[in-house]
Design a protein around this ligand. Structure first.
Ligand code: PMV
Length: 320
């Protein structure tokens, strides 16, 4: 029995940073994201009772180092009495470098494993399962503009606007192709325990969520740009003030920010956001995409740019 699923990473406009329950991996704050279209992870899960242990290959290479987290996710999805699994995953973008590869990877894994076992589950249930492995993965089950809310007993995720209803473009500027040194889970805990700004961050999040929700409902690009940049810089300020400090940026990250600022002053409808890595994502209106791509590509520290539309949520590709 086997199945293959595809999921896209999502980029948070209002960020998740910090856990209220690390055992169940529940976020301390709600978040709003957009699911991408052109970047994706495709994952196959084969249930094989004859295997002596689980196997994992990522982009064609065996990755025993990543297996414990994948096996834990499979235990959550299929139960600890599940058969051994052979998992192979491929992504068309750099992994563990702040492009939300854990979101697309775990969303695809949960959908593929569920189908391989012949189980029927709602998208809400699949999202909750993906969120156990990676908080942001819960959002990749849905397409378009997605909100994750904290419910009394877990997370509630929903699409708040279709991607076609406001077809923004996302340009990811890769300033460092190698994997990051500190994972987001570990960094969040450092922030929660040591950053003097952490409690204020949690306190202000409902306000930022409400502003972003309004901006999306009204398709108000300026309002969305302003709140998304503010929320992103606040999250990184929480990290920078942690002990030890968590600094994901490099000098090219800052050059990208400066370039986005210059484009804004020339009247280009664009804003930046940065996750747990040095890459910069520029969000813009479709007509401004060529200028944004050109400006970011020209920077010396930018290795590549990936453009993407807003896309659909995770989906099953095949099932045998
Ligand atoms: O889902 P995780 O554990 O990889 O954390 C994601 C955290 C950020 O990307 C920085 C913010 C977010 O909401 O995606």
């Amino acid at each position: 029995m086997g199945a293959t699923a595809r999921a896209q990473p999502n980029i948070a406009l209002i960020k998740y940073w910090g856990k209220r329950d690390s055992e169940r991996n529940l976020p301390a704050v709600g978040s709003i994201s957009i699911t991408l279209d052109d970047l994706y992870t495709e994952t196959s899960v084969d249930l094989d009772g004859d295997l002596d242990r689980d196997r994992l290959s990522v982009n064609g290479a065996e990755r025993p180092d990543l297996l414990p987290r994948v096996a834990a996710c499979l235990d959550t999805v299929l139960g600890t009495d599940r058969p051994r699994c052979k998992v192979s995953s491929r992504s068309n973008f750099p992994l563990a470098a702040g492009l939300a590869s854990s979101a697309s990877s775990f969303a695809a894994l949960v959908v593929a494993a569920t189908a391989a076992r012949g189980l029927q589950r709602t998208t809400a249930k699949l999202a909750a399962l993906a969120g156990r492995a990676s908080g942001s993965a819960a959002r990749s089950l849905y397409g378009g503009f997605v909100e994750l809310r904290n419910g009394a007993d877990g997370v509630v995720v929903e699409s708040i606007l279709d991607g076609d209803a406001w077809p923004l473009r996302v340009i990811a500027a890769i300033t460092e192709p190698e994997a990051k040194l500190v994972g987001s889970g570990e960094a969040m805990e450092i922030s929660r325990k040591t950053s003097p700004f952490y409690s204020r961050w949690v306190e202000e999040q409902p306000m930022d969520l409400a502003t972003a929700r309004d901006a999306i409902a009204e398709r108000d690009f300026g309002m969305l740009a302003s709140i998304a940049e503010h929320n992103c810089l606040k999250m990184h300020s929480v990290m920078w003030a942690s002990r030890p400090p968590v600094v994901y940026w490099n000098s090219a990250t800052l050059d990208c920010l400066q370039t986005v600022r210059e484009l804004q002053s020339e009247g280009v409808a664009v804003f930046f956001t940065i996750d747990a890595g040095p890459q910069v994502k520029a969000v813009c209106l479709p007509g401004d995409e060529p200028r944004v791509v050109e400006a970011l590509s020209q920077l010396a520290g930018v290795h590549a740019v990936h453009s993407s539309a807003i896309g659909r949520g995770a989906a099953l590709v095949s099932c045998e």
